[in-house]
Design a protein around this ligand. Structure first.
Ligand code: COA
Length: 384
């Protein structure tokens, strides 16, 4: 085995396409069907809610009514941001550069949170469960308060008798959100909660596989999600729409992008070649909300891009494409879209880290060395 890898001359699978790196019972993608623990995403988006989906991801089944009440109590009891941690969150938001990326703030905030977690270095099952509640419950309030603080507004405490989605919109605006907006935002959280062995989930599992702690795995995953080829694409979609400017300029933009082989953000997917089911659900909300917000041209532009790229390249929108105009119509700034992805995906990351710990073997693949061989050291005078 060892010699085989060292003498390897074939092509390496760039991006590990087609490589099965682990077994998991959390989520599956078969054709254009995404399931969490066997339930389709369409079913969950229509009937469930984010907190229930988190329970499903963590415990493998839908909760009984009583278990769900207790589960929500556990989240509620961890939502508050208080004491020295809260002071540091405020201080960080004020002292970091004005243009600090919210994903970098979130990465720093979760790292700081670990210092205040009494169980940070325990990998005992129940300690990890308690840490996961703290991460899940606090991440939304951290991101939404960052937005307030960078605008010079006051820090707002979440209301623990409301959901994660409700609190996010409430903290952001300081006003109680409408039921409709909460439902749509909650559905967006449901759609982003887990997605097989995507880049950030793989990152979380790799970090956990060294038996590092849960916070370290989540911080690694946040760093991975930030990239524009992964979670950062939703922010990039909005930037693209703004850059294009109007419906009549879409055609030239798409033509140029395809001729010059520029990637159009929010389009294409490594796994879904016949369409991402999450995009279809978000598309309907995008149409509805952009009409309500008076930004329907952004929706029309998106539809035109979708059609042109599908006709020319057979590529279809992914989850990030229509989530951009949904969030924009909810009054959320573009650079917060990726942290919102993290607010949801932390649920899936935790589920995967639990699964990794339960049947761990450290990830340690090999590489195909292509550098020089057989060289010997020489002093400065003899070097070219
Ligand atoms: N815009 C234009 N062309 C695209 C494209 C896009 N968004 N995504 C893929 N393509 C083209 C590639 O240029 C390539 O064309 P070619 O065969 O003529 O060279 C072909 O489609 C295959 O693309 P490839 O880069 O090999 O796909 P991948 O599986 O490595 O990458 C993504 C998948 C998602 C990273 C890629 O589609 C992408 O970068 N999309 C934009 C970013 C994005 O939305 N990311 C969020 C994913 S959920």
């Amino acid at each position: 085995m060892t010699n085989q890898v060292e003498n390897y001359t074939g092509a390496v699978d760039r991006g590990l396409e087609g490589v099965v790196a682990c077994s998991s019972s959390i989520s599956s993608i078969v054709g254009a069907t995404l399931c969490y623990r066997g339930y389709t995403i369409e079913d969950l988006a229509a009937h469930s809610n984010f907190e229930e989906v988190v329970y499903l991801l963590w415990y493998g089944k839908l909760p009984s009514e009583n278990d769900f009440v207790n589960f929500k109590k556990s989240i509620a009891s961890e939502m508050t941001l208080s004491g020295h941690f809260k002071e540091l969150l405020i201080e960080m938001a004020k002292s970091f550069p004005k243009d600090a990326h919210p994903m970098d703030y979130l990465k720093a905030a979760v790292s700081v949170q670990s210092f205040f977690d009494p169980e940070v270095n325990s990998n005992e099952v129940h300690a990890n469960e308690r840490k996961a509640f703290r991460l899940l419950a606090k991440m939304g309030p951290i991101v939404a308060n960052f937005e307030r603080l960078r605008q010079g507004k006051d820090f707002i405490e979440p209301k623990s008798d409301h959901s994660i989605a409700w609190n996010f919109l409430y903290i952001l605006t300081g006003e109680e959100p409408s039921e409709k907006h909460v439902k749509i935002f909650d559905t967006a959280l449901v759609l982003h909660a887990d997605h097989g062995l995507n880049c950030s989930t793989f990152t979380a599992r790799v970090t956990a596989s060294s038996l590092s702690d849960l916070h370290s795995a989540i911080v690694s995953a946040i760093g991975s999600l930030k990239g524009p080829l992964h979670g950062g694409a939703n922010t990039a979609v909005m930037e693209t729409l703004r850059q294009i400017g109007s419906l009549d300029k879409v055609e030239t933009f798409v033509e140029n992008a395809l001729v010059n082989k520029h990637k159009i953000m929010g389009i294409g997917h490594r796994v879904y070649k016949n369409g991402d089911p999450r995009a279809g659900i978000l598309k309907k909300y995008s149409e509805e909300l952009t009409k309500e917000a008076g930004t329907e041209e952004l929706y029309q532009m998106s539809e035109k891009i979708e059609k042109m790229v599908a006709d020319r390249k057979g590529l279809l929108p992914n989850v990030d494409f229509y989530s951009a105009t949904v969030y924009d119509a909810l009054g959320i700034k573009g650079d917060l879209f990726t942290p919102i992805f993290a607010v949801s995906r932390v649920s899936g990351w935790c589920a995967h880290v639990f699964e990794q710990y339960a049947n761990n073997r450290i990830y340690r693949p090999r590489l195909n060395y292509t550098g020089e061989k057989g060289k010997t050291w020489s002093d400065f005078a003899s070097r070219n």
